[in-house]
Design a protein around this ligand. Structure first.
Ligand SMILES: [Zn+2]
Length: 156
């Protein structure tokens, strides 16, 4: 564990493990539904977040409903979120490591959300998916080959 970077993350008030965990589930849902890549760029904040995907069009309202449904289905399963460490050369065979910081060392931390998703990540996450709350897409738009999804979490 790199405790220095953890401390940095925790001291950032905007950092929200619920939102961050929801991003992992949204990405896997997009990959499964559309066979696209995970978001190449995102902005994750407590109130609302956005993820950008390389795509060929905007989403229909039926597709948005289906994504909401699927992400919330995964959250409601209350899956266990755990970290596993892989040697970098092992991780490279399975994962895209290009978004990890260059100084990550020779071990790669992979976050697994039940059997649903596995993704290299150095951030902070919930331990069970129900902690995330209810996922809701606020809006989507499409421009120049990029689909942007804005979403929020509702916690009662
Ligand atoms: Zn993460």
């Amino acid at each position: 564990m790199n405790t220095d970077s953890n401390h940095e993350i925790k001291s950032n008030k905007q950092y929200n493990p619920q939102m961050h965990s929801a991003e992992h589930i949204l990405n896997q849902t997009m990959v499964r539904m559309f066979n696209c890549g995970r978001s190449f760029s995102n902005h994750i904040e407590k109130k609302k977040s956005k993820c950008d995907y390389y795509f060929d069009r905007n989403l229909t309202s039926e597709e948005i409903d289906l994504i909401n449904l699927k992400v919330n289905e995964v959250i409601q399963q209350d899956l266990f979120v755990k970290e596993e460490f892989y040697l970098k050369e092992e991780a490279e065979k399975t994962f895209n490591l290009s978004r990890l910081p260059g100084d990550a060392g020779d071990k790669v931390r992979v976050i697994k959300i039940g059997e649903y998703d596995a993704c290299p990540c150095s951030g902070l996450h919930v331990t069970h998916t129900k902690e995330i709350g209810t996922f809701r897409i606020i809006s989507t738009d499409f421009k120049d080959g990029v689909l942007r999804i804005r979403f929020k979490l509702i916690n009662e």
